[in-house]
Every structure is written in C-alpha cells, then in structure tokens.
Write a protein that binds this ligand. Structure first.
Ligand code: ACO
Length: 323
C-alpha cells in the first residue's frame, strides 16, 4: 500500500524575541503569572513588513534542505494558517511562487490551532489517492497581528513562526511498523464558535478583527477532546501509548500538554516541548516543535510520533506517524 512518509522537516522563527519581562513593560502582566499559568517564557514576533508567507518560505526552504530535494521535486503545497497575507489569493500560492515553482498545486487550510493536523490529513489523503507524489505541508502564522494588546488574558499567549514537513508517497507493507502516516482523526463542533474567535472578517465587518477567547472554557474542552482524538488515532493505527516514542502536542499551554499526556498514559519524558520558547504559534506550533526535535536528534528515523491539536471552531485532531 501507499503511505505518506515524512522525508524532511524545517522551521523558521522571526528574529525578534520578546521575553515575558519585556512584554510586562507595556502589558499589565508579569513573568511569574505567565510562566505559572502557561509555561511560556518568550515568543518571537515578525518584523514590520515580514509576512506569513515570508515565514512559510523560510521554513519550506529549511525542510527542502533537510530532505535533500529541490522545490521542483514537490507537486503540492498545503499551508495551514489563520493569518494569511491577504484574503486571497492563498498564502500557499505565494509560497509556491517564492520557492520558484511553476507546476503543481497549492492551497490553504484553515482550522486555527488544529490547522496542521487538518493539513497533514489532507496531504495524506491526496498522497494515498495518487493526486500528489510529494507534498510540502506548512503551518505558518503571524498571530501578533490579530492580538488586542489591551487584553492581557490573550496577548501574552501567542507568538509568530512557521514549520514545514515534506511527505512522499512510498510503497509500504501496510503494518504499524511502516514509516509514514498510520492514522488520522479529525473533529469539529461549531456550537463552540464563541469560545475562541476573531471579532472581524470579510463578509461580516470588512475588518481583520482581533482574537477573543474564553480561556477557562477552552481549557475545559482541550484535555478531554485532545486525549480522545489521540486515543482514537492510536487505535486506528494499531498501536498503544506504550508504543509511542514521542508526542508532539500543539504548544498552547504547558498545563494542557501535561494533563493530556497523563490522560493518554504517556510520560512527560516522551513529550516534545517548545511552548516555553515559542508561545502558542497556532497552526505553526506542531511542525515547529517537530522540526526542532528532529534537528536536535530527539526524534529519530523509525520513531513512532503522535501529534494532537485543538483550536477555534472548536476544531481538533490527531495524527500518528512513524518518522
Ligand atoms: N497577567 C496577569 N494577570 C492576568 C493576566 C495576565 N496576562 N491575564 C489574566 N490575569 C488575571 C485575571 O484578571 C484574573 O484576575 P482576578 O482574579 O483579579 O480577576 C486572574 O488573572 C485569573 O484569570 P483567569 O482568566 O481566571 O486565569 P486562568 O487561570 O484561567 O488562566 C489562561 C488564563 C492561561 C488563558 C487559561 O485559561 C488557559 O490556559 N486557557 C487555555 C486557553 C488556551 O491556551 N488557549 C490558546 C488558544 S486555544 C489552543 O491553542 C488550545
């Protein structure tokens, strides 16, 4: 059978690093409050004139180099973002042009913080269906552009960044020992739109809007939904939490990450953590963390990896793959 096998990962973080203490100079907050509630110590912010596509292109180039292939070897780009450069065209097509590609297809996926799970699942389906041989899957965000800097309950949580993974169609045995994507699980429930949203948009206000969140309500849903998605994906893949080498969770909040790992029966030693350095980078957080873990040698070829994410919608999902 054909599976979508990861052959490279890359990431990019804007140069401007803002620590909690620096943020506390302009926002009524403290390093202690942010670290205790979220685990976040610092985040990166894109420079003026630095767009989501710029971050995505830099991450994509890093992933291509990691995979040892050229942009012309890619035939599809699936980019998860809620902070596109423009309303249209898709940021993915800007990345396609930025990489010098003149063939293949590119489009955006929008599932907020769960975007990378949705993008990976979409890429997997395209590869298994024979529509794509090599897909570049990117998560890229500039959430600093949709913050209400007067709202200290949200503006301290988010950062900017991009990560990318390249998936290649490969013939596999069809067992859980295969490399590649073994199972995906996606869910959403639009009845929870009001828990996490941006208060503007093209067809409603004709403005961009800023992020609004009922943090405690999101927290309540996060742990149970993430653990359930992770367990379903593992079952579908024919593996258990004992088989998992690494969990790469959406990096929103250390308390959510710890509670979810505990609920799934995975010890924290097996959890990749970047939230302290990156903050919540929405759809970029999983590929960023994955790339950091691959480059640092934490995740090695053949390791079984579980990713899980939840965000606005609510939308959530999990993907199990062997690196
Ligand atoms: N600095 C200092 N004090 C603050 C800050 C801040 N940045 N923000 C809020 N406070 C104060 C509040 O005003 C309140 O003060 P009061 O008791 O005097 O009224 C107090 O801290 C407690 O506020 P809560 O909102 O109850 O704080 P809580 O413990 O719920 O923590 C948080 C807030 C961190 C947002 C938490 O609810 C959370 O982690 N939620 C998960 C949501 C999340 O991570 N979302 C990310 C996007 S979705 C996703 O990616 C999963």
């Amino acid at each position: 059978m054909i599976r979508a096998v990861p052959i490279g990962a890359g990431h990019y973080l804007p140069k401007n690093v803002v620590t909690n203490s620096e943020l506390a100079k302009t926002v009524d907050t403290s390093d202690d409050w942010i670290v205790t509630r979220t685990g976040i110590q610092q985040r990166h912010f894109a420079a003026d004139g630095e767009y989501t596509s710029d971050l995505a292109i830099a991450a994509a180039k890093d992933a291509l180099e990691n995979a040892g292939i050229e942009a012309s070897d890619i035939d599809s780009i699936i980019l998860a973002t809620s902070t596109p450069d423009q309303t249209f065209p898709s940021t993915a097509t800007k990345v396609q042009a930025g990489l010098g590609m003149t063939s293949g297809f590119a489009f955006d996926v929008q599932a907020v913080c769960a975007g990378f799970a949705f993008a990976m699942t979409t890429a997997n389906s395209l590869i298994v269906a024979g529509q794509s041989k090599r897909a570049l899957v990117i998560g890229a965000e500039t959430f600093s552009r949709i913050m209400d800097w007067e709202d200290r309950t949200t503006c301290v949580l988010f950062g900017d960044g991009a990560g990318a993974v390249i998936l290649e169609a490969q013939e596999c045995e069809g067992t859980p020992n295969d490399r590649g994507i073994l199972a995906c699980e996606l869910s959403s429930d639009g009845n929870y739109n009001d828990l996490l949203y941006v208060d503007g948009g093209v067809s409603s206000t004709q403005t961009t809007g800023v992020l609004r969140m009922q943090g405690q309500e999101v927290f309540k849903h996060a742990v149970s939904k993430l653990a359930a998605a992770g367990e379903t994906a593992m079952e579908r893949a024919g593996v258990t939490s004992d088989d998992v080498d690494w969990v790469v969770p959406h990096q929103a909040n250390l308390r959510i990450i710890k509670s979810t790992a505990k609920k799934m029966g995975v010890p924290m030693e097996k959890v990749v953590l970047t939230v302290h350095n990156h903050g919540n980078t929405s759809a970029a957080s999983i590929p960023l963390a994955l790339s950091v873990a691959v480059k640092s040698g934490q995740i090695k070829r053949g390791n079984l990896v579980l990713t899980e994410a939840i965000g606005g919608g609510l939308a959530w999902g999990a993907v199990v793959f062997r690196w």
